[in-house]
Design a protein around this ligand. Structure first.
Ligand code: ZN
Length: 318
């Protein structure tokens, strides 16, 4: 129930509850930290505490259930497909002057707040400057610096760290009932993010990951596969960034194995046999790591992701 469902982030959870106990809830929070670590989930679970009939985030009373189903009339959830525009911002500005319907507070959760357009940000800023007292905002972002300082400075900032391997292992053991070995593997390849772990839990993604490595290490030299894989991988920016992070960590594994002969530190144990027993050219590893980092940087801009990824593969394939 309540925060018990959220793995990790102990400090953040107790700080939030202390605001509530002291009845000194800030009017706006900024939850910052990488994707997939539980920021939005924390905001939603905390909303239950705010609305709960027993003030306990019980998860069972009517207000708690309405929050969980996303139908509580005093919870406004805003998320842009690609960006949060002026329309959504105006809707917020209009709503916040109405008294809450069922609770004595209204909660506005703005997910991916960094995708707000310039106009939307300006409209929100006016709202944040003099908000009616019954509103509580949660701005959620993995890219804090993309939010103007004028907005950030009006929020109580809470930084969320990537989850530890132990946190993640606990998550996979308890919530997904994995066996110890599998939970261990997933805690390592998830890069501190539950979102990333869930991504790799999909079998197709895990298979593609292996195909990608076979291609890069020269086990498979099909140029057709290069194109097909690049297309699959670059469907959306979230997927492509997970695959790029994976490639980076795979090359780092390769560096550890060939330079230090150290297999204990390998992260990507599911493709371990593709790493071991090979004499690998350190210069190739080094230039490949650079190329991947460059591609990660380029992907931040409005580019053709498919092309960028395919070009990268052609550069780093052996
Ligand atoms: Zn409740």
């Amino acid at each position: 129930m309540g925060f018990d469902n959220i793995i990790g982030h102990e400090k953040q959870k107790s700080l939030l509850l202390s605001f509530l106990e002291k009845e000194r809830l800030p009017h706006a929070f900024l939850f910052a930290g990488q994707d997939g670590i539980g920021k939005k989930r924390t905001a939603i679970e905390f909303t239950k505490y705010i609305f709960c009939a027993k003030s306990a985030g019980c998860g069972k009373c009517i207000p708690c259930l309405k929050v969980e189903r996303g139908v509580h009339p005093d919870l406004l959830f805003v998320e842009g497909e690609n960006s949060i525009g002026i329309e959504q911002s105006r809707m917020i500005s209009k709503e916040i002057y109405e008294y809450p319907y069922e609770s004595n507070k209204r909660v506005i959760i703005i997910d991916r707040a960094d995708t707000m357009t310039h106009e939307a940000t300006n409209a929100l800023l006016k709202t944040l400057e003099e908000p009616p007292p019954f509103n509580v905002f949660f701005l959620i972002t993995a890219s804090e610096r993309s939010i103007p300082l004028t907005v950030r400075s009006r929020c109580t900032r809470m930084a969320f760290s990537p989850l530890t391997k132990d946190n993640l292992k606990q998550y996979f053991l308890e919530l997904h009932k994995m066996d110890g070995g599998k939970a261990q593997l997933f805690s390592q390849i998830s890069c501190g993010s539950i979102g990333c772990g869930l991504f790799w839990m999909e079998e197709n993604n895990l298979l593609l990951r292996r195909t990608l490595v076979e291609l890069v290490t020269g086990k498979n030299r099909s140029f057709l596969d290069t194109t097909i894989i690049s297309e699959k991988v670059s469907k959306n920016s979230k997927d492509v960034s997970i695959y790029l992070s994976f490639l980076l960590s795979f090359f780092r594994d390769m560096f550890l194995v060939s330079n230090h002969k150290d297999t204990a530190m390998i992260i990507n144990r599911d493709v371990r046999e593709l790493l071991e027993g090979e004499v690998v050219d350190l210069k190739w590893i080094d230039t490949s790591i650079r190329s991947i980092q460059e591609a990660i940087h380029t992907m931040r801009y409005n580019v053709n992701k498919w092309l960028v990824f395919e070009n990268l593969l052609l550069q780093i394939m052996r």
